[in-house]
Design a protein around this ligand. Sequence first.
Ligand code: ASP
Length: 488
Amino acid sequence: MPAMVHMKVKTNQRILNADAVKRVGEEIIVRGWINARRDMGKIAFLDLRDRSGLLQVVLVPAELSATARESMKDLRPEYCLSIRGIVQQRGAKQINPNLATGTIELLAKDVEVLNTAKTLPFDIADTSAINEELRLKYRYLDLRSARMLKNLDLRDRVVSFFRNFLHEQGFIEVETPFLTKGTPEGAREFLVPSRMHTGKFYVLPQSPQQFKQLLMVAGVEKYFQIARCFRDEDQRGDRQPEFTQLDLEMSFVTQEDIMELIEKMTLAMVKTIAPQKTISAKPFPRIAYRDCIAKYGSDKPDLRKNKTDSNELAFAWVVDFPLFEDDGHGGMQAAHHPFCMPHAEDVDLLDHEPLKVRACSYDLVLNGFELSSGSIRIHQRELQEKIFRLLGLTDQEITERFGHILEAFEYGAPPHGGIAPGIDRLVMLLADEPNIREVMAFPKTGDARDLMMGAPSEVEPARLEEAHIAIKNPKVSRRRAPDAGRRT
Ligand code: ASP
């Protein structure tokens, strides 16, 4: 430890660990958590962790204030500390090349315990092998691990990139309601009872689909939103009851325009945020739905040359999905959602062979996952009504459920279309994580529980009363009820 002339801290300003490397010889204040403690006789070393990383702190009794010397023996992992000390260069042999701050250390002068900590329920060095229920119960501790913090950071950078990119292209972000009426996209919706309107319910949106179309009628032209979507489905596979889409919609565009925009944005994002990844094919290959099923037996094929290489990103477009599909009960359902425009060449088939009609829709797939779905929408009332009728809705149902959007189409609705890339899946693949929960701050379990908050939970009888709700059979769990939809 070479002797040094040092300047006193002028203010009470705390700096990040990572910035300490620029402050050799200076007195600084750092704050964070004890990641590890090593005792070497009288001297002790702490690895202090903050958002920016680790910093080695040396505790030498003779250098410490009286109170710090006193508390030195009590400092345990995960205690939250404020430390004033002098940044000093490490000797050549002490340099740790694996640490961003490995060339320096902090010689502590004063240590203030901001808070003590119990022994953690698990080791946060790497939580990937820890029981997931325990991790979810103590998510705030799980998120202290470097991997999880890195995932949150990556997600933020991906989302920020998209926001900036779209703003540069003239899009504006518009928020749409969470308390709304159903959007028919196949999945069951969460219900929210209305206290003020007895017996009535809001639903949480499966996606902002109708709102973004109505924003096009409003003349917004280029809309996007980092949108939370809610689907009350049994959690088959890697799904969550709430998830995030980059929802977007444009007016006066062709399918080609939207696909080009998404492709350009995705390539730019990967280049900036995940340059270690390689893209299998550019431009992204396009496969017609029928050929895709015939060739790969799936509408979301994994087209990587090496299926085990997580650094390879095989994007592809699947186009020309059918507009309708057999619902298994003698009727038809929308293959995507009922707002998709039928292919101009196939409109004549609507009356005779509707199952043969192709939609102007497109999915972006990545490494075997459906990343986004989009379509050109219907913007004429008559055609939209016809589609609803083909889907088996009565005139009364059409008016009750969709009167608002049909009416909107009568006020000069522009041609429009859009898409909605799923953020969770994309970040999961960029982070090489095995499931989307690893890239969500507070995900739910496979059976839709939040183990940290204890949700869902019972509520006081008075609250039920206010919401005009009586629980019929409190003991019966509805967890295994079948899905309403088949959309993924
Ligand atoms: N709303 C659709 C979905 O959630 C996406 C779209 O058509 O833009 O899949």
